[in-house]
Design a protein. Sequence first.
Length: 186
Amino acid sequence: MIYVCEDIWSFDLEAGLEEISEQRREQALKFRHEQGQRLCVLAYQLLKQGLKEEYGISENPIFEYNEHGKPSIVGHPEIFFNLSHCKEAAVCVVSDHPVGIDVESIREYKESLVRYTMNDDEVREIESAADPASAFIRFWTMKEATMKLIGTGISNDMKAIIDTTKYKYTTVDRQRYIYTISSPII
C-alpha cells in the first residue's frame, strides 16, 4: 500500500518528534532545516499509519540496516517498506514482498546529468519528450526505486538498472513531483 502526504506544514513538529522512536528522532534532528525535519518525521508517521492499518502494529518501529543502508523493521522480517521524501511530499510503501520507492521534485533539466546517469535509449526518449525535465525525473525515480528495492544504494550501474523483465514499475506524475514504486515481478 502506498501512503503519500503533501501537507508538511500542518502538524506540530515538536509533538511529532515526541511520537516517534528515539532512533528516528535523532535522524530527523540531523536535518539542519525545519522542512527536512518535518519530512523525515512525516515519512515515519506514514510508515506507522501503514503498519497499523495493514498489520495492526501500533508500536514505533525500530530499524536495522544492511551494509548499504537499506532499512528493515526489527522483529518483522515479513514486512517490507521503503520511505522517500522531496520538498513537496513524503511517501511510504508497505508490502509483504521487497519494494522500493523514490519521490523527486521536478526541477531544471540538466543535459550533463542526463548523459551521466541515463543510457542511450533513455537519453533519446528524454530528449524527444514534450517535457524533458519530467521525463528525466520519471527515469530517475525508476532507477532510484530499483536501487532501494535491491538494497544497493546508488551504484555505478545506474545506466543499466531499469529492467522491466525483472521489476514492475508504478509511476505517478503529480504537477510538482513524481514518484515510482519498484517491486520484483513475481
